[in-house]
Unconditional design. Sequence first.
Length: 234
Amino acid sequence: MTRVLVVDDDPQLVRALRINLAARGYDVATALSGEEALREASGQVPDLVILDLGMPGLSGMDIIAGLRGWTDVPIIVLSGRTGGSDKVEALDAGADDYVTKPFGMEELMARIRAITRRSAGADAADDPVVEFGGVRVDLADHRVVRVDAASGIEEAVRLTPTEWHLLEVLLRQPGKLLSQRFLLEEVWGSAYLNQPSNLRLYMTQLRRKLEPDPSHPRYLLTEPGMGYRFLPER
């Protein structure tokens, strides 16, 4: 059973999340403070943490830092802060996703399912072959082919070294929201952190080469103001 730790200083929200998660078969632990959250997590490591960013005492950012010091447990941040800088800061600190309050319960549940699928499939993420939308990517051989569904004929897709590097970073973390800052530093280096146009240009090129309909991407997705994610086929 998937164990979820809910951390929020609003008892009513904590109760609502506990009831909804338990009804869907999750094992739920709760904490109303940052200190309690870190104690609870160290006592029995959860499979997922749902964390309010605006906590009294130890802030949500402090809790993320405390968890990331010893665990890679997925973290979904909940926050009433709508500023893009807060979202980026949380993602760069180690959060895996960000949901803005108020939120629909079904939206949150969908985010939870996506993250737990990714976590459960972590070993599969190391698989050298990833397939989506009629495209097969061999991460070990640095080879991309488009496969015709009717005939099975393969056609090589040529990527530039930078396109390949960006694609590989996305594919190796399926479902995870990756901030612009993280991707710019991973692919281009810290000298390019103020050049997000590079990232937009190369994402456009990747979609043109790999998406079935580049104008309506299904797999290489933009999260406005936050970053990008690779969404595997369900």
